[in-house]
Design a protein. Structure first.
Length: 280
């Protein structure tokens, strides 16, 4: 008899409405291709904890911001860690997976990130700016983000927010990795249209910048997206490191690049699930 195929529980919210993106299309496409190698079932993130015991691994993809189901997500994490369930991306991520504290830590450590503080007494560490960005420590997808004049910042520095100077930039650019391998880059030529993306030819300096954050996170397996802004002096500053469920904008890619990503993703998942089966 043929060997049983690995079983994946693919977690996605197909009904989630994201500004400028269609999450559902991306996951319909990816699962249609992953079925060539795996036995798949799709479920909503609220159902993952109840269903995951019957699968060799759980793949968290376009599940939407966890703010909308925080308690359920925390319960899912706790159960997966307690039972040793293999989750892709692994739950050891130190970036957006764990909140926004990493932006404070990286800023304090001198990494090339948008300068970030969280307390009123640290505001002097930021460069002077006419306006500042204030965002929740557990924010996602721009939820709760505010842009305020300099005179209002101190009153909002409650300790559960991040405060950054509003940076003028040329464009935003994102670098996409599977495991430790760079796959492609996309950028938004018009800063006012974040999700109107075009392929971007990353330079060696660009990739050196992005790899600093991939190396820092030390995730091992999984998909990560390094979001950065190109400053007026042609430098790069990290905006965020998405290591939980990064949207991939596959529809913005030429077919050859999209196919190469699917091949890399499938190979990564195969190795990841093989590790789960070997440990069983």
């Amino acid at each position: 008899m043929p060997a049983a195929r690995p079983r994946l529980l693919y977690v996605t919210d197909l009904a989630y409405e994201a500004r400028g993106r269609r999450y559902c299309d991306e996951d319909v496409f990816l699962t249609s291709r992953l079925r060539d190698r795996f036995d798949l079932a799709l479920c909503h993130p609220l159902d993952a904890a109840a269903l995951m015991d019957g699968f060799d691994a759980v793949v968290v993809r376009n599940s939407g911001p966890v703010l909308g189901y925080r308690h359920a997500y925390d319960a899912f994490r706790a159960q997966a860690l307690a039972t040793g369930t293999r989750v892709y991306n692994p739950l050891t991520g130190k970036a957006d997976m764990a909140g926004k504290q990493y932006l404070l830590d990286l800023s304090a450590a001198g990494f090339p990130v948008i300068p970030t503080v969280g307390r009123a007494e640290d505001l002097h560490l930021l460069p002077d700016a006419g306006r500042y960005v204030v965002k929740p420590m557990l924010g996602a997808d721009s939820l709760g983000l505010r842009i305020v004049p300099a005179g209002q910042v101190a009153a909002l520095a409650s300790g559960d927010v991040l405060i950054q100077p509003r940076v003028d930039f040329v464009h935003e650019v994102s670098f996409y990795f599977v495991d430790d391998d760079f796959q492609y880059a996309l950028y938004a030529p018009d800063p006012r249209r974040r999700w109107e993306l075009k392929p971007y030819a990353a330079t060696a300096a660009d990739l050196e910048f992005a790899r600093r954050f991939i190396d820092w996170n030390d995730l091992g397996h999984g998909i990560q997206r390094v979001d950065a802004c190109r400053t007026l002096d042609d430098g790069l500053l990290l905006v965020e490191l998405e290591d939980l469920n990064p949207y991939l904008s596959l529809d913005a890619l030429p077919e050859e690049t999209r196919e190469a990503f699917v091949t890399a993703f499938t190979a990564s998942l195969s190795l990841f699930v093989q590790g789960a089966l070997s440990a069983a």
